[in-house]
Design a protein around this ligand. Sequence first.
Ligand code: XMP
Length: 517
Amino acid sequence: MITPTILVVDFGSQYVQLIARRVREQHVHSIIVPPTITAEQVREHRTVGIILSGGPSSVYADGAPKLADPRVLEMGLPTLGICYGLQLACQMLGGAVSAASAREFGRTHLTVTREDPLLAHIAPHSVVWMSHGDVVDRISEDFIELARTDNSPFAAVRHRTRPFWGVQFHPEVTHTPCGEQIFRNFLYDICRCEGDWQVGNFTQDIIEGIRERVGPKARVICGLSGGVDSSVAAVLIHKAIGERLTCIFVDNGLLRNRETELVESTFRRHFHIDLRVADAAEAFLQRLDGVTDPQQKRIIIGHEFIDVFRREAEQLPGVEFLAQGTLYPDVIESGHSVGGHAVGIKLHHNVGGLPAELGFKLLEPLRDLFKDEVRRVGEHLGLPEEIVWRHPFPGPGLAVRIIGAVTPRRLDLLRACDDIVLEEIRAAGWYRKIAQGFVVLVPVSTVGVMGDDRTYADQHVAAVRFVESADFMTADWVRIDHDVLANISTRIINEVRGVNRVVYDISTKPPSTIEWE
Ligand code: XMP
């Protein structure tokens, strides 16, 4: 890695992603690493500074995560410990730290007691965000107190001889207004970062990383879904290894209108990527015939997808790598489920199910990035706005947006409604303000009146759902202009024969989920 990098050591903090983000917002490259990192690995990454994250454990608890290799703190690299990271480092650097039971959660007043580069340009009395059960209440001579709060005598400290700083509060959350300044102080004044990490350099770094990993001969296949992540991954890989990349797009018959055309025109015609479109609509629909259970639908679609993909891949000799558009939040999410923390609400199917089955090596060029960063890379690469800014679309596609059995007619009805909704929110300037917008087809007949006729038989309800969400783990329904809803409703009922009622879903997640199935 040629880019100067800040390593963020993850001790299980719920804020670890935020820390990495704050660093990148200062145009400094950062990656998140586990506490098992060794001094040799730190050297491999052109590391210019280290941040030790917070974490849910108490440093005194049995099994509390430790830095596996204490040499990491002895390499002379500037290090900032946050909350748990502060306590752990104090303990490791010979400080006799003891924890009192005073807890601090939420907004707290900080008093800066000593001038220091870490707290430069910060008001002597500032508001910070605390979230901890242990308090460092005694500390060895090796440390100097820099700031305190009513309950934390050592709310900020530094080591006398080593380049170590620690804060008990969370500078990474927006509730700590001076947090951005603290990151700037640490990154620019202490770690001497230049702040020159721009999307262009970073894109180039990723491309070079791909070249190095894949080597001069190997071939790569990439399952392209048309979503922003796999699209950006594909273009990056193509820039790195050109025609040794083949993309496979599976048309499962459960896509929105014109999906296949958009993918073909973008990747084959614009980027000149070797794209194979597997037209498997009939096979998917046959397998789904009469299936009404949502999880069953996902399982069938998942298996069929793997079968189709495998068949396509077998026609391409010499493929060593399978590329995926996995993002950092996906890594975290799957990590959590491996640890058993996440409850299986829905059996999400995506390309993530492929590698073990197919025996390829995995290539994940976006593994350290967040969605908005991927979008910036996508824009930089010249991907069309329609791809860069598109809402997420579930792997099982429209099959989980038709309640009950999936039939060709229901798919046609849903696609027609979906088209109208997307057109209207784009025209009204709402598309980019909505995290995810879609229609669910509810095959329930309700009574309507059209002209002088009663409608009932063979009618459906169309449920419109627009949500705002930062991470799709929680979501709220969008308070969209009523005029937009009115246009959508009128158009669907006038234009889609078979739908005589439109409703707007006003459920939050939790307790509801975003998709209906
Ligand atoms: P839920 O419905 O669980 O959705 O609140 C959260 C996000 O995940 C998407 N989703 C899926 N994505 N395969 C996917 O690839 C799936 O089976 C699946 N189910 C839901 C959903 O669209 C939302 O963005």
